[in-house]
Design a protein around this ligand. Structure first.
Ligand code: GDP
Ligand code: IMO
Ligand code: MG
Length: 428
């Protein structure tokens, strides 16, 4: 079972970091294939807590080679800050490989991200402000800077000059900001170039040769299905392909080589930033989920919007990604609730929807149709087998499985690596 994709099945922060890490030492390569340091993955190992943004979670597994794939946008300062932070805690980062085709986030991308959000006012997206959208916009407009460009100063200068010609017009004339000097940009990028050089390689070749040798490759998605540029709640999305298709384009591994696609979903749902979220709880129940689940952003610290599990979203995710398995996380957060509602359909202006409405207006107006399940009171954090769970918790999981249209292969019952119930081995 060599190539396994992990994607967020909701609006992000489902616990992907922990879910991918769970395969542990059986994995040879872990590839981040999309996004950048807008992601925030918390992985808890024993008493140690690691917050990863740009580095794939495989960096924490001895013997596993972490790869930043061509689909990623890299803020070099953040990358080396993260590497230094891990090294100072004794984590060996020396195996890290970086695609020469990955794009680089330049200082003007961060500036434009922030000023354009300010200009959007109440129509803002609520981005993480890390320059992600503008860096991908440049990639698509063919004025981006790639990692490989950092090693030829003449090419780099030419590319930045071209990009800045446009950006400075925008910054000065539209946003009323100061122009950015080319030397400032080049200096920031070149500061890191020599340190980066030994890590840069043809990651497409490395990965495909690894698969030829029958080694195991995990493709780790940032963000999530509902934030995907094509399949998410556009325009309230991120600027990359966070669904399973993005794993192929963002890594250079062809679809025929992918064996399994795992969706990571919380036992409830959260969202950060603006945009529709039908099951959002704006009352005390939402606050309870936020407090018990520790639902504050790993990257920006913003409180996450919380709501009940949305099986319509889960079915949509299952379809768009071709999910073979779901890893259900944070079941323990629901312990103590008397009743747990699950959204099974929507009502939109008098019409019942079993499937996600495609148009933005209808999704924005969707009213959840709930089915209620009994809660449980016993602490489940020590459960390691499905049978260890209280009957009501088992029934809840089986109901989610049925409503989501995909088998639930593992269940998270606490933040730690070991706090997991495996029902089906993800690698067999
Ligand atoms: P990611 O972006 O999908 O990797 O998720 P985040 O790391 O942003 O957010 C998930 C949070 O939930 C992290 O703080 C994890 O440590 C935590 N977590 C993951 N799985 C579980 C679980 O099963 N139970 C509990 N209580 N916490 C979990
Ligand atoms: P992980 O990988 C949750 C959201 C932002 C905003 C929108 C666009 O930890 O699940 P961007 O900065 O990407 O242009 O912001 O996407 N967003 C996330 N929400 N988890 C994430 O990553 C996110 N990455 C981006 O809040 O609404
Ligand atoms: Mg996160």
């Amino acid at each position: 079972m060599p190539a396994v994709v992990f994607v967020g099945a909701q609006w992000g922060d489902e616990g992907k970091g922990k879910a991918t890490d769970v395969l542990g030492s059986r994995v040879d390569y872990v590839v981040k294939f999309n996004g950048g340091n807008n992601a925030g993955h918390t992985v808890v190992i024993g008493d140690e807590k690691y917050a990863l943004h740009l580095l794939p979670s495989g960096i924490l597994t001895p013997g596993c080679t972490p790869i930043i794939g061509n689909g990623v946008v890299i803020d070099l300062g953040v990358l080396f800050g993260e590497i230094d932070g891990l090294e100072s805690r004794g984590v060996d980062t020396s195996r890290l490989l970086v695609s020469s085709a990955a794009h680089v986030i330049a200082p003007y991308h961060r500036t434009i991200d922030n000023v354009s959000e300010r200009f959007l006012g109440k129509r803002k997206i609520g981005t993480t402000g890390r320059g992600i959208g503008p860096a991908y916009a440049d990639k698509i407009s063919r004025v981006g800077v790639r990692v490989g460009d950092l090693f030829d100063e003449a090419i780099l200068r030419e590319k930045i000059e071209g990009a800045l010609d446009q950006k400075n017009h925008l910054l000065v004339k539209v946003y009323n900001r100061r122009a950015i000097a080319i030397d400032e940009v080049i200096e920031e990028l070149l500061t890191h170039a020599e340190r980066l050089r030994p890590m840069v390689t043809d990651t497409v070749l490395v990965l495909n040769e690894a698969l030829d040798r029958k080694q195991t490759v995990v493709l780790e998605g940032g963000q999530a299905t509902m934030l995907d540029i094509d399949h998410g709640t556009y325009p309230f999305v991120t600027s990359s392909s966070a669904t399973a298709g993005g794993a192929c384009t963002g890594s250079g591994i062809g679809p025929t080589r992918i064996d399994r696609v795992v969706g990571v979903a919380k036992a409830y749902i959260t969202r950060v930033g603006e945009g529709p979220m039908p099951t959002e709880l704006v009352d005390g129940e939402g606050e309870r989920l936020r407090t018990v689940g520790g639902e504050y952003g790993t990257t920006t610290g913003r409180p996450r919007r919380c709501g009940w599990y949305d099986a319509v979203v889960a079915r949509y995710s299952s379809r768009v990604n071709g999910l073979t398995d779901i890893v259900l996380t944070k079941l323990d957060v629901l312990t103590g609730l008397k009743k747990i509602p699950v959204c099974v359909a929507y009502d939109v202006e008098g019409v019942r929807y079993q499937d996600l409405p495609v148009d933005q207006h209808a999704f924005g107006a969707a009213v959840p149709v709930y089915e209620e399940f009994d809660g449980w009171t016993d602490d489940i954090t020590g459960a390691r087998e499905f049978g260890d769970l209280p009957r009501a918790a088992q029934k809840y999981v089986l109901a989610l499985e049925k409503a989501s249209g995909c088998r639930i292969s593992a269940i998270g019952v606490g933040p730690g690596r070991e706090a997991l119930i495996v029902r089906h081995d993800l690698l067999s």
